[in-house]
Write a new protein. Structure first.
Length: 332
């Protein structure tokens, strides 16, 4: 139970830290690496949308204009990249009321810059066009018009009026097999009972083959997600590890994560050997394997004090995203 609570706290903290980097007032420009990283976190976590909108609402109401503008940019990116679950959270009055407070003179409107208020109105209007099914967004926007806060619909670029349309339905590689499709069509057109029976067998064979393919893909995705989560969490704990100050519970959890990573290394090697060279997923598998090797070496160096490739604990260590940073021994 303590491990579960630790992981839950880590998820929320990770969201907060990621958002702080994406909206930091000291940023000279919008940091799209952290913005997209924040979107990725939302998509990975079950409670991602709920956590994200609460954090964003606070940042959007920041008295610092640049921080608020960045938060709105993050919000816009999330609406474009995080799908229906995120749309549903934004489309609730609980969140919409926080946006209304920013533009309404009854609340924060008189203290918020025109730039921030304009962006809020533009976003609301673009969502009324792109997401007609989210009726509460339209209700909120029309209420602002009735109150005279919005005088006329804003003119916004075409690329901001629409959420990107869903990708085309992926082709089924089994049923798109040209030879089998031609044979099946020929058998189905035949009036010979034997041909129809053969067609039935072929369909069952194709369905079975497709089910096996889907099962294989699902297993691969599950493995990659598990590996990436273990790598990220272990990297975060290594960044804050202290031989003297880290608790026994933290050390035990780190050892457990390390053991999982070592076991998953063998699984990834098997996955890679079973994947065709022209399969796009091979790159994801190899990247995950590379990240896994780095975090395993980091654990051996930092916790066990081993010398890896001539490097000791002060050497560069990958962070949660696989980038290299220096272990300073203190929290920033």
């Amino acid at each position: 139970m303590s491990s579960l609570l630790f992981i839950t706290r880590t998820i929320v903290l990770h969201f907060a830290l990621s958002q702080d980097k994406a909206t930091n007032p000291s940023n000279r420009q919008e940091d799209w690496e952290y913005i997209i990283g924040f979107c990725d976190q939302i998509n990975k976590e079950l409670e991602g949308p709920q956590i994200a909108v609460r954090l964003l609402a606070h940042k959007i109401q920041s008295p610092q204009e640049w921080e608020a503008v960045q938060a709105l940019t993050v919000l816009e990116a999330c609406m474009k990249n995080c799908g229906r679950r995120f749309h549903n959270e934004v489309g609730k009055f609980r969140f919409l009321n926080e946006l209304i407070k920013v533009v309404s003179p009854k609340y924060l409107g008189d203290r918020v810059s025109e730039k921030v208020k304009t962006k809020v109105i533009e976003l609301l209007y673009s969502w009324t066009l792109a997401l007609p099914e989210e009726t509460k967004i339209k209700d909120a926007y029309h209420m602002l018009k009735r109150q005279g806060i919005v005088q006329s619909d804003p003119l916004i670029p075409v690329d901001r009026t629409l959420i990107p349309s869903p990708p085309p339905r992926p082709k089924n590689p089994v049923f798109d097999d040209e030879e089998k499709s031609k044979l099946l069509a020929k058998l189905l057109k035949s009036k010979n009972p034997d041909d129809l029976q053969e067609a039935n067998k072929l369909i069952k064979s194709m369905v079975k083959e497709d089910e096996a393919r889907i099962q294989k893909v699902t297993k691969r995705l599950h493995t990659l997600e598990e590996v990436n989560n273990n790598v990220k969490l272990l990297n975060e704990m290594l960044l804050h590890y202290s031989k003297e100050d880290s608790s026994e519970a933290d050390k035990e959890l780190m050892k457990e994560l390390f053991d999982r990573c070592e076991n998953k290394g063998r699984t990834l090697l098997k996955l890679a050997s079973e994947t065709e060279d022209n399969d796009n997923s091979l790159g994801d598998i190899l990247q995950a394997s590379d990240n896994l090797s780095r975090v395993i070496n980091s654990y051996k160096t930092v916790v066990e004090g081993q010398v890896i490739n001539g490097e000791i604990a002060s050497s560069a260590m990958p962070d949660a995203e696989g980038n290299h940073c220096r272990s300073q021994g203190t929290l920033i």
